[in-house]
Write a protein that binds this ligand. Structure first.
Ligand code: SF4
Ligand code: SF4
Ligand code: SF4
Length: 361
């Protein structure tokens, strides 16, 4: 991305850098190539979604060419926003990142004090590698297996556990540590080239001496696949667990009505959703003066987003009343995906329901 900026391939880089502490992330738009390295490294306690920032702050990338570092849900959100004409996909160079999942800053602090028994403020580094959460604090290094952590009620956000977009190959490049040889971990990146634009960037960066490349051997490719398969199998398991209480439609409706009864109608779940856009809001917010709102308030939102939910988790994580919005939406989306074969966030095709015609009677 530093090379892309220096060479004029893009005008700016959108990334994430450390915020207030080790468990906080903040988005940055960078135009000085020397600042790009500030975004290096993963922040597992940061759960930001970048896709709506393009429309909200960057004029839909209409005037700027932007290279963006995007995990799976970000890439999916970018596609959903592009379909709704909220950003110009031609101007976004998507540098996809492998992602095993993220944990909220608040959960991270609990894990540090309740599981690792260390002061969260003494933790200087957190990594996830080979199914383990590793930390470095004043007391030294510690680690725990993620399945063990999650069985004990801690760990990644529930939407991340169910997520199957671990390697976003609909980006221009898909990069990450999975498949990197043991002796090169932290020093090299496994890059899958997924588009001509991605290939052009890698070739130009290599010719300019900005990067060195080598072909991964068969064992690296196998190791990458093993890692990906392991997280996908785990995601299937979490889908089974999470969707089980919702499998019966009556139970699902009952649970939705009960859980949404504590809604304070703050509209956050609408504002943050990458599969909704602003002109949808008036239709959903037309129940003035009533808190909690009628259940129809939620039904209208479900109706607008159901087939396009990318399970990014934002509507649940940022809901001040802890309503499991993402779980409900993802359960419906998974059913619709099975019914229509439409996969939200994977490309620019239109949602199946929006183009399905009623049969003639
Ligand atoms: Fe990563 Fe998927 Fe979670 Fe996004 S939803 S942070 S891509 S695991
Ligand atoms: Fe209701 Fe939560 Fe949505 Fe706010 S974010 S409108 S409280 S469901
Ligand atoms: Fe993300 Fe929720 Fe919108 Fe689904 S409904 S895309 S989980 S914000």
């Amino acid at each position: 991305m530093k090379f892309a900026l220096e060479d004029g391939v893009v005008d700016a880089v959108l990334g994430i850098k450390k915020g207030a502490d080790t468990f906080d992330a903040r988005p940055v738009l960078i135009t000085d190539p020397n600042e790009v390295m500030e975004t290096a490294g993963a922040i597992y306690g940061g759960t930001l979604l970048l896709s709506k920032l393009f429309g909200k702050y960057l004029n839909g990338s209409k005037d700027l060419k932007i290279a963006a570092a995007l995990k799976g849900c970000d890439v999916m959100g970018v596609y959903e926003q592009a379909k709704r004409r909220q950003l110009n996909l031609d101007n976004v160079l998507m540098i996809g990142l492998n992602c095993g999942g993220a944990t909220t800053p608040a959960m991270m602090r609990r894990i540090m004090s309740e599981v690792f028994l260390v002061d969260p403020d003494s933790v200087s580094k957190v990594t996830m590698y080979k199914g383990h959460l590793n930390i470095t604090s004043e007391g030294g290094k510690k680690d725990i297996s993620i399945p063990k952590l999650e069985d004990a009620g801690y760990g990644r956000r529930s939407n991340c556990r169910r997520c199957k977009m671990k390697v976003p190959r609909q980006a221009d490049l898909a990069c990450g540590q999975w498949g990197v040889r043991e002796d090169r971990v932290g020093k090299a990146t496994f890059v899958e080239v997924c588009s001509q634009r991605g290939a052009d960037l890698v070739n130009a960066a290599q010719e300019a001496g900005a990067i060195g490349t080598e072909v991964p051997d068969a064992s690296c490719i196998k190791a990458r696949k093993r890692r990906e398969d392991a997280v996908l199998n785990l995601a299937d398991e979490w889908r089974r667990r999470d969707f089980a209480p919702l499998s019966n439609s009556k139970d699902r409706l009952k649970m939705m009505i009960e859980e949404t009864a504590r809604c304070i109608k703050c509209y956050t779940c609408i504002d943050v959703c990458p599969a909704l856009f602003n002109t949808t809001k008036p239709y959903i917010t037309s129940f003035p003066g009533k808190v909690p709102p009628e259940f129809a308030f939620h039904l209208l939102r479900y109706f607008h987003v159901a087939d396009s939910c990318i399970d990014c988790g934002q509507c649940e994580e940022l809901c001040p009343m802890d309503i499991p919005n993402a779980l409900f939406m993802h359960a419906i989306e998974a059913d619709l995906e099975e019914l229509y074969g439409y996969h939200a966030g994977e490309d620019v095709s239109q949602p199946a329901v929006s183009i399905t015609k009623e049969p003639d009677v």
